[in-house]
Design a binder for this molecule. Structure first.
Ligand SMILES: *[C@@H]1O[C@H](CO)[C@@H](O)[C@H](O)[C@H]1NC(C)=O
Ligand SMILES: *[C@@H]1O[C@H](CO)[C@@H](O)[C@H](O)[C@H]1NC(C)=O
Length: 317
C-alpha cells in the first residue's frame, strides 16, 4: 500500500516536472526572487501557472488569467544579450488540452496537427486575431525580448500568453522623444504632521508620492546608466558613495593609509578637503546633462533626465 502511494507521488512529480501548464511554479521557481513565487494576491479566478517552455527548455514563468485571456505577470531573469526577434507568435498548447505537447507552438501548426479552429484555441487564451487591427495598441511583452539573451530565449517571449495590449503612442513618445507621461511626472505631496502646534506650517514634513511605474522605470534606467558609466570608466574606483557594493569606511581606511604612511616615513603631509555637498541639489542642471552625454548616453534617455529635472509638477492632497 505504501509503495503504491509512493509510486503515485513519484508519478505526479514526474508529471509536474514535464508539464508546461503546471499546478504550481515548483518546476520553474528559478525565475522568482529567492525561488519564491508571490502569494495568491495576484491570482485570478481561473488561473493557469505556465512554465514557459520553448525548444525543450524553460525560459520564464507566467501566471495566466484564463477567463480574461490575459497574463497577470511574467517572472524572468534579466539577462540582456544578442539575438533575433521571432517572426511568428506562439500560443500555449496545454491551455487547449492538457494532453497536448508542453512546448509553445504557432496557431497554424496546432490547427493543422489537431484539426482545431482558432476559436477553439482562443477559448482560454488570446490568439492573433485579438491583436490584429488594433488602433493605437500593439503587443506589449511582460517579459521583454530585449531582456533576454540568444535566439531561443528571445523567441520564447513571443507567446501570446506573455502579451498585454500596449499603448504605442505612450511608449513611443516616452522613449523616442524622451517625454515622460504627465501622470508619471506628477508628484503628490501630502503634509505629514511631525510634532507641536498643528496650525504652524513649519511643523509638517512634505511627503512626496511619485507614480509607481515611474519609480520602477527610474530604477531600470539608473541601473543601466550606472553600469554603462562604470564600464566606460566614467566613475573612478575610489568613488565609494552612490555605488553599489562599496562603503565609505573602505574609502576612509585607504585614505588613512595614504595619510599616515608619509608621516611614518618622517615626511610632511597636507590634506585639502572639498565638500561637494549633495551634488544633485547644488550642481547646475546644464552640467548634470552634459556629463552623461559625454559618456555616450543617447538622446532619448537624456530627454528623460531633462524632463525629470526641469518639470516636476506637484499636487497637494
Ligand atoms: C539567430 O537568428 C538569426 C535570424 O533568424 C540568424 O541569422 C542567426 O544565425 C541566429 N543565431 C544563432 C546563434 O543561431
Ligand atoms: C549642503 O548645503 C546646504 C546649503 O548650502 C546645507 O543646508 C546642507 O546641510 C548641506 N548638506 C550636507 C550633507 O552637508
Amino acid at each position: 500500500m505504501l509503495w503504491l502511494l509512493l509510486l503515485q507521488v513519484f508519478a505526479s512529480c514526474l508529471w509536474l516536472g514535464h508539464s508546461e501548464v503546471v499546478t504550481s511554479f515548483a518546476s520553474c521557481s528559478q525565475f522568482f526572487h529567492a525561488g519564491t513565487p508571490p502569494n495568491n494576491v495576484l491570482e485570478p479566478q481561473n488561473p493557469a501557472w505556465i512554465c514557459q517552455r520553448y525548444s525543450n527548455a524553460y525560459h520564464f514563468a507566467t501566471l495566466y488569467n484564463k477567463d480574461k485571456r490575459i497574463p497577470a505577470y511574467s517572472a524572468y531573469i534579466y539577462q540582456p544579450g544578442p539575438g533575433a526577434r521571432s517572426k511568428s507568435w506562439f500560443v500555449e498548447p496545454q491551455l487547449i488540452n492538457p494532453t497536448y505537447p508542453k512546448n509553445m507552438d504557432t496557431e497554424y501548426s496546432l490547427q493543422k496537427k489537431y484539426k482545431i479552429t482558432p476559436q477553439q484555441i482562443g477559448q482560454s487564451q488570446a490568439i492573433n486575431q485579438d491583436y490584429n487591427n488594433l488602433k493605437d495598441l500593439n503587443r506589449g511583452h511582460l517579459s521583454p525580448s530585449c531582456h533576454r539573451n540568444g535566439n531561443n530565449s528571445k523567441w520564447s517571449t513571443f507567446t501570446l500568453t506573455n502579451i498585454v495590449p500596449q499603448n504605442t503612442a505612450h511608449l513611443t513618445r516616452c522613449w523616442v522623444i524622451g517625454d515622460i507621461p504627465d501622470a508619471w511626472s506628477l508628484a503628490i505631496v501630502t503634509p505629514s504632521h511631525k510634532k507641536g502646534c498643528k496650525a504652524n506650517l513649519g511643523n509638517y514634513r512634505r511627503v512626496h508620492l511619485a507614480s509607481l511605474p515611474r519609480k520602477v522605470m527610474e530604477q531600470i534606467v539608473l541601473s543601466v546608466i550606472t553600469w554603462h558609466i562604470q564600464d566606460s570608466e566614467g566613475i573612478s574606483p575610489s568613488q565609494q558613495r552612490f555605488r553599489k557594493g562599496t562603503s565609505c569606511l573602505e574609502n576612509l581606511i585607504s585614505f588613512d593609509d595614504q595619510m599616515t604612511s608619509p608621516v611614518d616615513e618622517g615626511r610632511g603631509c597636507a590634506n585639502i578637503c572639498l565638500d561637494f555637498n549633495k551634488s544633485f541639489g547644488t550642481v547646475t542642471h546644464g552640467i548634470l546633462m552634459e556629463k552623461p552625454s559625454a559618456y555616450g548616453l543617447q538622446r532619448c534617455s537624456l530627454g528623460w533626465d531633462r524632463n525629470s529635472l526641469m518639470s516636476r509638477p506637484r499636487e497637494c492632497w
